[in-house]
Design a protein around this ligand. Structure first.
Ligand code: CMP
Length: 140
């Protein structure tokens, strides 16, 4: 990976509310290229593995229950400086603190149900992308 990619998930509450289209539209308008994308549902064990870095935190159980509660959309996004640019586009973890116009401000309910995930580093983007996508599922 080049350092120009990030992994996003549209989370179960946002998919359920039919926000997939509007969120993908914000992503496209911001100039991200979609390298890979799928709709899928995580098992509890898969959600625990994806969020293993948070194991032991007080929100881990609720987070992994929630993330396995319904379908999600996972995608690899490409743009220069993808990690930072995408985190700016999605806004703060808690939508109460997110800037106007950000995806979380527009579409998230709360810190726990915060509409989307975005990788926090190039290394995690690689790990998270490999979690969802094989090489043959990526189209650059
Ligand atoms: P995400 O970017 O997917 O990464 C970890 C997730 O944990 C985060 O978004 C939040 O949805 C969720 N979460 C729930 N409670 C907290 C909390 N107190 N602090 C940080 N993240 C939390």
């Amino acid at each position: 990976m080049t350092g120009n990619r990030t992994l996003t998930m549209i989370k179960p509450e946002a998919v359920k509310k039919n926000f997939t289209g509007p969120i993908l539209n914000k992503i496209a308008e911001a100039g991200f290229h979609i390298v890979a994308m799928k709709m899928t549902r995580l098992s509890k064990a898969q959600a625990e593995a994806f969020y293993a870095v948070h194991k032991g935190k007080d929100f881990y159980e609720n987070l992994t229950d929630f993330m396995s509660s319904g379908p999600i959309v996972a995608a690899i996004l490409e743009k220069e400086n993808a990690i930072e640019t995408y985190r700016k586009l999605i806004g703060s973890t808690d939508p109460k603190d997110a800037e106007e116009g950000t995806i979380r401000k527009l579409f998230a309910e709360s810190k726990s149900y915060n509409a989307v995930h975005g990788s926090d580093s190039d290394e995690n983007a690689r790990i998270e992308s490999d979690f969802f996508f094989s090489e043959t599922e990526r189209y650059s």
